[in-house]
Design a binder for this molecule. Structure first.
Ligand SMILES: [Zn+2]
Ligand SMILES: [Zn+2]
Length: 651
């Protein structure tokens, strides 16, 4: 079926995510005027992203080229491969999405929840199915083995040549569900000739082969059998094979199973529906029924293997779970390793469970977890079977990509035929060459905890500043005589003062006095009546004050400056009754108003249109002098709300 010719134009391949990282895998295949997407994944925020729930790839290129998008291919149902699709569909159309049945079932739930289910067509595929996307892409689904069931490697036949995308894989010769890696099919494509292999690099640093998922079974069985009381066990909800084995062991040992956690319930329901998990209906018992059983007849399967703050296991450890109280005699088994970044919440959870009297079984030496990604010998097997002309290591951080490239080189692929690319690189590949030819926007788009707004770069910087040094709000009242009318009012949130509060107030008053003495004449003039450029004055005062405070504070809190002007200096409608704003500061009539909505409202005010509230200078500025501090106030409130709501999650 390979139709490559040397005269055909080159195929363009762009990864918008998934390179130099593990997460947000998003591939663009472009031929002539057609784009086929492969996977649309997300990643999760690091601790420099307060109030951010989800990290998406920069979708500028897709928004700009949405008319070219003909469809999407999904390799498997992990969040780092399907989690962003509902966000994509809010911005551009994807006419059809082809993918494995389990991934499509999970995706359907996500699309319904996001209210975008009717914006695309989900089509379920079976092993070796071939589908056409647009007129240029013929795509074959090749069964592979991974930690989630129903996972595929993909063969993409294009006029430029054949590309194999490994998907996430390990080579598991004894898969729990009996669905074997279709290595024959990969070899057949290799025999016919493959132009380019894109392959999972996650465990490229690990020598040897990744053990079969089945290797975990005897260890799980032993620890569950040894438990005298209840067993509480946690793993990734998406690890369908692991869940399947746990249910099997529970059944064999005469324990009923209570399932806790929405994602666990959801995945089990879909996987049972599709036959990837096989067990009796009456194995499961609602949590409230468990009290009818002896402790040694109970197994509780729960989410929370990564110490996620809102997960069921974390709540049990914190004694805040409504239905399950961990107690002396319980055995808690962690059948998952913490992914990098989650180690601290996981060990805290373990400590708390131990303090409650539980026997906690965890750690790499217990053999309770194996990776879903292949190690070096698995990678070599993939390279040997596919025998690509060009090699493109993917799904990994830089050191993993490099290591994978080295393996390919050792297996005879010349270094000039291997590309280590970055997100956003435009790779051109044809039978004659593969090279980076261009770059498209490739940063991140951050979804706010509220899930209905995006967090822009400047908002994130504001949040980091607030998180680091707090907010310093200063309200100053200036009279028509160009002098301070009252003592400045300051409010501090999260600010450490290097001196007495009264000293700071005195120094604010002095700075304003000095500034007014220097600049009042520049902003006030008498042309029959007094005209005052309150906006210009406010900016000047704010800049002068910020400079002084920066020197004195020895830290950089966000400074929010509010200027109150005399009531008779406004021409607008009467101001409403004074009431405290979100920061607890009462804005009196004529005061500078803190606008609740960011940028646009401020810009309106800054343009002198006013806001109908008797406000002369309706702008407060941040320390950079940009007209955005009202947004900062709003941000501060949002950020703190965000922190409350934020939940850690895992890929
Ligand atoms: Zn992945
Ligand atoms: Zn995966």
């Amino acid at each position: 079926m390979t139709t490559s010719t040397s005269t055909a134009p080159a195929l363009k391949i762009i990864a918008l995510g998934g390179l130099h990282e593990i997460g947000k895998n998003t591939w663009v295949f472009e031929y002539n005027d057609e784009i086929m997407l492969l996977d649309g994944g997300l990643s999760f925020p690091d601790n420099m992203m307060p109030g951010v729930n989800v990290v998406l790839p920069d979708m500028t290129y897709l928004r700009d080229n949405k008319h070219k998008i003909k469809g999407m291919i999904v390799t498997h149902g992990h969040e780092d491969h399907i989690g962003a699709i509902s966000f994509h569909l809010k911005q551009f159309e994807i006419p059809v999405i082809y993918g494995p049945r389990l991934a499509m079932a999970l995706l359907e739930d996500k699309l319904r929840e996001a209210g975008v289910f009717n914006r695309t067509e989900l089509r379920r595929v079976m092993p070796r199915d071939v589908v056409r996307v647009g007129s240029s892409f013929f795509v074959e689904f090749i069964r592979n083995t991974h930690s989630i069931a129903d996972s595929f490697s993909i063969a993409i036949n294009t006029p430029a040549g054949m590309v194999i995308h490994s998907g996430d894989f390990k080579i598991d010769h004894t898969p729990v569900d009996g669905e074997f890696f279709d290595l024959h099919r990969l070899a057949e494509h290799g025999e016919k000739g493959v132009m380019c292999l894109i392959s999972d690099s996650t465990n490229a640093e690990l020598p040897g082969t990744t053990p079969s998922e089945r290797a975990v079974y005897p260890n799980l069985e032993r620890y569950i059998m040894a438990a005298k009381g209840r067993v509480i066990i946690t793993t990734f909800a998406s690890s369908v094979h692991r869940v399947n084995m746990i249910l099997d062991i529970a059944d064999k040992q005469g324990r009923v199973v209570g399932v806790v956690g929405r994602s666990m319930l959801n995945v089990i329901a879909h996987a049972r529906n599709l036959g990837y998990i096989k067990c009796r209906d009456d194995l499961f018992q609602p949590l409230q029924n468990l009290r009818h059983y002896r402790d040694d007849q109970i197994l509780i399967l729960t989410t929370g293997s990564q110490g996620e703050s809102m997960s069921a296991l974390t709540r049990m450890a914190n004694c805040s779970h409504k239905q399950i109280e961990v107690r002396q005699g319980d055995t808690v088994i962690l059948s998952a390793n913490p992914i990098p970044g989650n180690t601290i919440p996981v060990v805290r959870t373990i400590d708390k469970l131990i303090a409650l009297g539980a026997n906690v079984i965890y750690g790499k030496d217990k053999g309770l977890h194996v990776s879903g990604h292949g190690s070096q010998e698995d990678h070599k097997m993939m390279l040997a079977l596919v025998r690509p002309k060009f090699f493109f290591p993917a799904h990994g951080e830089l050191r993993m990509l490099k290591q994978h490239a080295k393996m390919a080189e050792n297996m005879g692929i010349p270094s000039e035929n291997i590309v280590i690319a970055e997100n956003g690189d435009v790779i051109e590949v044809c039978m004659n060459y593969m090279k980076v030819v261009d770059k498209v926007p490739s940063g991140v788009e951050l979804v706010d905890s509220s899930r209905d707004g995006m967090v822009k770069g400047e908002v994130l910087r504001d949040r980091q500043q607030i998180a680091g040094d707090g907010i310093f709000t200063i309200a100053v009242s200036v009279g028509l005589d160009g002098k301070l009318s009252t003592t400045p009012d300051i409010q501090l949130s999260g600010v450490v003062l290097p001196m007495e509060r009264s000293q700071i107030i005195a120094s604010v008053a002095k700075a304003i006095d000095n500034s007014l003495a220097n600049c009042w004449g520049n902003f006030a003039r008498n042309v029959g009546s007094l005209e005052i450029d309150w906006i210009g004055l406010r900016g000047q005062l704010e800049r002068d004050l910020t400079r002084v405070l920066r020197q004195q504070m020895q830290s950089k809190p966000m400074i929010v400056f509010l200027l109150q002007t005399p009531p008779n200096s406004t021409q607008s409608a009467p101001a409403p009754a004074a009431k405290p704003n979100a920061l607890g500061i009462t804005l009196r009539p004529g005061s500078v108003k803190v606008v609740a909505k960011p940028e646009t409202d401020i810009a309106t005010s800054a343009n002198g249109n006013g806001n109908g509230n008797g406000v002369t200078a309706a702008v407060v500025a941040n320390s950079n002098g940009t007209a955005a501090a009202a947004a900062a106030v709003n941000t501060a409130v949002t950020a703190s709300a965000g922190r409350r709501k934020r939940t850690a999650a895992t890929v």
